[in-house]
Design a protein around this ligand. Structure first.
Ligand code: NAD
Ligand code: UDP
Length: 318
């Protein structure tokens, strides 16, 4: 297969590109390097079957040759990144998604949308299954991301219904692992970096809010399964192992052996109180479930961060 991966130089995208190459697919990565890094592509650059086309997916696409599948991962993804780029986030979720859907339809290719648990907003039911419609503040600071993804899901379903597109939607829950940026503001990368640097871990609020964290290798297996399936979804992909942010901070301190301690900062506006995926659908339809326990995944992540100093990108220009 030749697979177009938008956002292929990012955290999830670069792991997905590598996994596709490992199973002998060809990969065409589209990226504007706004939050992705050339360094993430370095191990692939010389591999046969890999190609990178720099550019923005909101512009007309310059993909030539055959296309069998399109995986649309391009989007600012961390709360810090989408707060910095609100208009680009909305444009990437709307115009970018449309451009990639058009590409898929033109080639009769499978299209997989990387949606998010954020479509559930600050959920009123717990845990969250795919039939829950969500509780999103449409005008709050997170709305540029949440609503862009909700629109992208609607657009994907409209292409399926009206244009016969072969589409699949995955709703990705918090994922962590090697190649996260130290400065992306996400909880795992931030806590690990702070612990290794001997700085206090910045717990927002009282740290009682929960997240369910999935190791990147598990997530990539789920994405590949959705590429290979002919299911429309949406399908939740995530690890149901739920922890409070404070428990996570303490686990990171334990694994790093750091005595940094914790400091408490205000909770960001609209920060979801709890989040845990129901993954019955992923198990029953894709045969997928996560395998890497949190402590093991964190150990691998800490080892990766400890071995590297260059884990950030320059601040954006807008
Ligand atoms: P990331 O920031 O590391 O990767 C996103 C990539 O998209 C980057 O390489 C960036 O340069 C690129 N990009 C952004 N806008 C673009 C544009 N307009 N044109 C071309 N390239 C563009 O983030 P990630 O964690 O790897 O997330 C990948 C996808 O998965 C995103 O769509 C995100 O919403 C989704 N997701 C991730 C998580 C998670 O926990 N990592 C959770 C839910 C959903
Ligand atoms: N968080 C925190 N300290 C940080 C970064 C994040 O306490 O330095 C909290 C944040 O308030 C949220 C959780 O960790 O409750 C997950 O945040 P992240 O940005 O990783 O993901 P998201 O909010 O998108 O799930």
């Amino acid at each position: 297969m030749r697979v177009v991966v938008s956002g292929g130089s990012g955290f999830l995208g670069s792991h997905l590109c590598e996994a596709l190459l490992r199973r002998r697919d060809r990969v065409c990565c589209l990226d504007n390097f706004s939050s992705g890094r050339v360094l993430n592509l370095a191990p692939m650059m010389s591999k046969p079957g890999f190609e990178c086309i720099p550019g923005d997916v909101t512009d007309p696409l310059r993909v030539h040759g055959d296309v069998d599948a399109v995986v649309h991962l391009a989007s600012p993804a961390s709360p810090l990144d989408y707060a910095r780029r609100p208009l680009q986030t909305l444009a990437t979720g709307s115009r970018g998604t449309e451009n990639l859907l058009e590409l898929a339809v033109r080639h009769r290719a499978r299209f997989v949308l990387a949606s998010t648990s954020e479509v559930y907003g600050d959920p009123e039911i717990h845990p969250q299954d795919e039939d829950y419609w969500g509780h999103v503040n449409p005008v709050g600071p997170r709305s540029v991301y949440d609503e862009a993804k909700r629109f992208a899901e609607a657009l994907t379903m409209a292409y399926r219904r009206s244009r016969g597109a072969d589409t699949g939607i995955v709703r990705i829950f918090n994922t962590y692992g090697p190649r996260m940026r130290a400065d992306d503001g996400r909880v795992v990368s931030t806590f690990v970096t702070q612990a290794l640097d001997g700085e206090a871990l910045t717990v927002f609020g009282d740290g009682g809010q929960t997240r369910s964290l999935c190791y990147v290798d598990d997530m990539v297996r789920g994405l590949l399964a959705m590429v290979d399936a002919d299911l429309p979804g949406p399908v939740n992909l995530g690890n149901p192992c739920e922890r409070t942010v404070r428990e996570l901070a303490e686990l990171v301190l334990m694994i790093t052996g750091s005595d940094s301690g914790l400091c408490f900062l205000p909770l960001p506006v609209d920060d979801p109180v709890r989040r845990r995926p129901v993954i019955t659908r992923a198990f029953e339809t894709l045969g997928w479930q996560p395998q890497v326990p949190l402590e093991e995944g964190l150990r691998r992540t800490v080892a990766w961060f400890a071995a590297r100093s260059d884990t950030s990108v320059p601040p954006p220009d807008s």
